[in-house]
Design a protein around this ligand. Structure first.
Ligand code: SF4
Length: 347
């Protein structure tokens, strides 16, 4: 079976060129080509034909394939339905701003976590996405962006910490000198709260931004909307976040999607303020997005503002996130395996 070209190391390339009795600098050239979003090895015109033929026999290029592509009419964010080498379908989003482009990538095909507000719920978990496939998503979106990607959100389909080794391999590669040298601080990894993995991540020495999907001010409400809370209780999760900050010096972000009558009461705001009091953290209030098949309804703008005011007055650093790409179902919680190519109805 052919291997993903994007997953090969310099050492593997060195062994390959030595086998072909070619000079070692060819291996470095191959590493450079890994960053160039090639669709075919025939594009590698600075390499001998023999080497290109050998690559063709051993590897596939690894660039994700765009099956469908939508551009939001409201904010120009772009959603991609991508196919992987085995035909599995995932989604990724490109967001452009004056400061550079950001991408939101998927880390698994489907998800096991079953958060009740998420479009990925209801889709069975199929498999993890490999480091090479994450690079393939990144390279494809960068190609469409035509600009340097400055920020990466690991917030698409899947729970990144449930695919720890591949996601970490991707992060190490994307921040490395010989790939894109993206600042680790510009990579945001979002988790529903797998505590042992958060603890492991704190020991990696990579200063990325950890974002915890909290979505509730206490255990009872969290359990209602996020089954994972039964395994990793609310208070333990906050403790793990504190330890993460103590170990890394990186302030943790808490994501809080607002659902009318579920977690958006003023009492909930007071309770959240009280549990976060004195912690070095940031709260992102997310106006929930309409999701087909999900019964929760979004909180009103007035309620979100009142909730925010309570947190802010109690010294909790809080912002209300601007939702991008709602019309193309590219916003938070809206990514799924794309009704398997039916898409959101906008083309
Ligand atoms: S919110 Fe994230 S962790 Fe929860 S079901 Fe959706 S993709 Fe999985």
């Amino acid at each position: 079976m052919k291997k993903n070209f994007l997953e090969c190391t310099l050492e593997e390339f060195e062994a390959l060129v030595q086998d072909l009795q070619m000079p070692l600098f060819r291996a470095k050239q191959l590493v450079n080509w890994q960053g160039k979003a090639i669709q075919s090895f025939s594009e590698m015109t600075n390499l001998p034909k023999l080497l290109r033929e050998k690559l063709e026999s051993l590897y596939y290029p690894g660039l994700a394939q765009a099956e469908q592509h939508w551009i939001s009419k409201s904010d120009a964010s772009e959603k991609f339905v991508l196919s992987l080498v085995d035909g599995e379908i995932i989604e990724a989003v490109l967001m452009k701003s004056n400061y550079g482009s950001s991408v939101c990538l998927s880390t698994q095909v489907g998800c096991k976590m079953a958060c009740r507000f998420c479009a990925s719920t209801g889709l069975h978990f199929v498999r993890n996405i490999t480091c090479g496939e994450l690079l393939g998503q990144f390279l494809l979106l960068e190609k469409y962006s035509k600009k340097r990607i400055s920020n990466i959100d690991l917030m698409g389909i899947g729970e990144p910490l449930d695919n720890y080794d591949e996601v970490l391999a991707f992060i190490r590669r994307i921040i490395s000198e010989d790939f894109r040298k993206i600042s680790a601080r510009k990579i945001c990894l979002s988790t529903c709260g797998l505590i042992p993995r958060i603890q492991e991540l704190a020991e990696e020495g990579i200063p990325l931004t950890l974002s915890i999907s909290l979505h509730a001010p206490n255990q009872a409400i969290r359990e209602q909307i996020m089954p994972i809370a039964k395994k990793y209780p609310f208070s333990d999760l906050l403790k793990a976040a504190e330890e993460y900050f103590a170990r890394t010096g990186r302030r943790v972000s808490y994501e809080y999607a607002m659902f009318s009558g579920v977690n958006d009461s003023l009492d909930a705001a007071f309770e959240l303020a009280s549990v976060l009091q004195g912690k070095n953290c940031h709260v992102n209030l997310i106006p929930a997005n309409p999701i087909e098949g999900v019964s929760f309804s979004p909180s009103s703008t007035k309620q979100i503002q009142a909730f925010k005011n309570i947190l802010t007055k109690r010294g909790i650093n809080t912002t209300v996130r601007r939702s991008l790409g709602i019309d193309i179902e590219a916003a938070c919680g809206q990514l799924r395996r794309s009704s398997l190519l039916d898409g959101p109805g906008l083309k």
